[in-house]
Design a protein around this ligand. Structure first.
Ligand code: THU
Length: 132
């Protein structure tokens, strides 16, 4: 699947965003190594801190369906500019796709691609926890 196709899937995910508090809609599309795609959206809550980001929605959906090997994740947001993932989402990406890629799209500037490692250098992983 091309980055453009994955961005389109992320836009489909964004259509389900539940963001009545921030008004900031986010969509994600996660490509598994076997070609399966899981979409996600942000899901907010009256208790603001209970909000779940689009990226973690997609990753949690996939893991709960038995998928753990991911190639790349595309993220879009309603402002139309690059939707850089928050720190918690970068950490969750490091858990399941440390060798993966993050695809971002700006309506005017186009698509850019980063590795998870460059977005979270020196990530804390299970290797650190279990002393290698
Ligand atoms: N949000 C995401 O969905 N992904 C991110 O990586 C950053 C933030 C959502 C959470 C909240 O619903 C809204 O954007 C505003 O922070």
């Amino acid at each position: 699947m091309t980055n453009e196709e994955l961005v389109r899937k992320a836009e489909e995910g964004m259509a389900n965003a539940y963001a009545p508090y921030s008004g900031f809609l986010v969509g994600a599309a996660l490509l598994c190594r076997d070609g399966s795609v899981f979409t996600g959206c942000n899901v907010e809550n009256a208790s603001y801190g209970a909000a779940i980001c689009a990226e973690r929605t997609a990753i949690t959906k996939a893991v709960s369906e038995g998928y753990q090997k991911f190639e790349k994740i595309a993220i879009v947001c309603s402002s139309g500019s690059y939707a850089y993932p928050c720190g918690i989402c970068r950490q969750v990406m490091a858990e399941f796709m440390l060798d993966g890629q993050v695809i971002l799209a700006d309506k005017e500037k186009g698509i850019v691609e980063f590795s998870v490692k460059e977005l979270l250098p020196g990530a804390f992983t299970r290797k650190d926890l279990f002393h290698g």
